[in-house]
Design a protein around this ligand. Structure first.
Ligand SMILES: *Cc1c(COP(=O)(O)O)cnc(C)c1O
Length: 457
């Protein structure tokens, strides 16, 4: 490959045939998921009202490679393998000796990495005779991805969308409706969980944890309906590893290896998707990159939260999982990266941090947007507000390389484009964005309310 190569493309037949399950290689097993009533580890039957059996099996799988079904690979072919770019113009703009690479997931139909799992989940549900999927969405990336995938497999899709986003992001809602989904502002009067929230606070803006409660409640009520989650869970992170597996091959094509791997982390799926195959190589002693998850300072789950058992939702309908959490009742202050506002973090990502195999940092949104604009002007792609967190850490790392006079290879996941989030950029240019820290008192209150199993540890 010449010095000017900026794009590494794999042919269609190089879409991986299996996802990589990092749980198979962990030096210490993960804590079991617990039933909230009995406090005992859950079995497949406990989860069957919510998820298809194939996903439940993947949630607990111990084999290293899990085959990607052929119909899923067929749909992946529309945009996969996704390109890996060398950011030569960004390097020049930063005047850095660093070699910057990014895996671009914004080429999917809905503009982010999320269809990688939405298509797989819709496929397994269809296979098992499910007719309808319920889900939640914050900024709308996940809702639109599941709406797209659900329609391909002839499934009805009901999306509970956090009310503040429903109002602020009419185009994401329009996209979901274009794909044929029903989009309901949450909290809604359709569920007991929603009605309880509205009774306490008729003006509630909603939160991801509330919307999850609504979607779970609706799925649990009907035999032909299952629930679908766009991040956090092991099977979701598994499906995303298609990006990291492709990136391994593309870095080979580039004749390079990353010294640093970076991803933004909301629930952890795009980060773990890119990073897990590199974590696997690290555990096997084949390479030793630093692997960095980047989160917003306003919702600092990994850097300030507790590694403890918690519920996934506000109404405490989900099983208990051990993860980094700010507490299920935590309400992050307003900021623009809607996809990074969840109170918890994927148990796999939390466990990898606990084992010291990855690191975590947080950044404020103004610095992230500044980096996002710099990136857009250099590379032409406008990053999603979530992805700007990975861009910010990449820029900082490239500047550290410059200060040290050392070249390192940096690989980051550009998890999506920001075309539906241009209001955030407008607000940034107009000086309307502020850096907000989480409120320590509210966080202490939220952590004090963690379920008892946490106290027992
Ligand atoms: C949803 C979303 C995220 C955050 O979710 P993860 O599961 O942490 O990846 C990040 N980037 C984009 C573009 C998203 O849509």
């Amino acid at each position: 490959m010449g010095d000017d190569t900026v794009k590494y493309l794999l042919p269609e037949n190089r879409i991986p045939r299996a996802w990589y399950n990092v749980m198979a290689d962990l030096p210490e097993p993960m804590a079991p998921v617990l039933h909230p009533g009995t406090g005992r580890p859950v079995g497949p039957d406990d989860l069957a009202p919510l998820f298809p059996m194939a996903c439940i099996a993947q949630e607990m799988a111990t084999e290293r490679e899990i085959e990607i079904p052929e119909p899923v690979r067929e749909i992946y072919k529309q945009w996969r393998p996704s390109p890996l770019y060398r950011a030569r113009r960004l390097e020049k703009a930063l005047d850095t000796p660093a070699r910057i690479y990014y895996k671009y997931e914004g080429v999917s139909p809905s503009g982010s990495h999320k269809p990688n799992t939405a298509v797989a989940q819709a496929f397994y549900n269809k296979e098992e005779g499910v007719k309808r999927l319920t889900t939640e969405t914050g900024a709308g990336q996940w809702g639109s991805s599941l709406a797209f995938a659900g329609h391909i497999f002839g499934l009805e899709v009901d999306v509970y969308m956090v009310k503040v986003s429903y109002v602020q992001k009419p185009y994401r809602r329009a996209l979901m409706e274009t794909y044929g989904a029903r989009c309901v502002p949450s909290p809604s009067t359709e569920t007991a969980a929603g009605r309880a929230i509205l009774e306490a606070d008729p003006d509630s803006n909603g939160a991801l944890g509330i919307a999850i409660s609504e979607a779970v409640e609706m799925a649990a009520q009907r035999d032909d309906t299952r629930y679908s989650l766009g991040s956090v869970l092991n099977h979701v992170l598994l499906h995303q590893t298609v990006t990291g597996l492709e990136a391994l091959e593309q870095m080979d094509m580039a004749g390079d290896q990353p010294d640093v791997v970076i991803g933004c982390a909301g629930g952890g799926s795009n980060f773990a998707g890119l990073a897990s195959p590199f974590v696997g190589r690290k555990i096997a002693g084949q390479m030793s990159p630093r692997i960095v998850a980047v989160e917003p300072a306003a919702c600092p789950t990994l850097t300030r939260g507790r590694f403890a058992y918690d519920f996934g939702d506000t109404a405490h309908l989900t099983p208990l999982v051990k993860m980094h959490t700010l507490g299920a009742s935590f309400m992050p202050p307003g900021f623009h990266a809607g996809g990074l506002r969840y109170h918890g973090m994927g148990p796999i990502v939390s466990h990898l941090l606990h084992l010291g195999l990855i690191e975590a940092v947080s950044h404020h949104q103004l610095g992230c947007f500044e980096a996002g604009v710099l990136f857009a002007r250099a590379e032409g792609i406008v990053p999603a507000p979530e992805s700007t967190h990975a861009v910010k850490e990449t820029v900082d790392e490239a500047l550290r390389c410059k200060a040290e006079g050392r070249s390192r290879a940096i690989l980051f996941n550009l998890s999506g484009h920001g075309h539906f989030d241009m209001q955030a950029y407008t607000d940034f240019f107009d000086g309307r964005l502020q850096d907000r820290d989480y409120d320590q008192t509210a966080l202490d209150r939220s952590l004090a309310a963690l379920p008892d199993v946490a106290a027992a540890e």
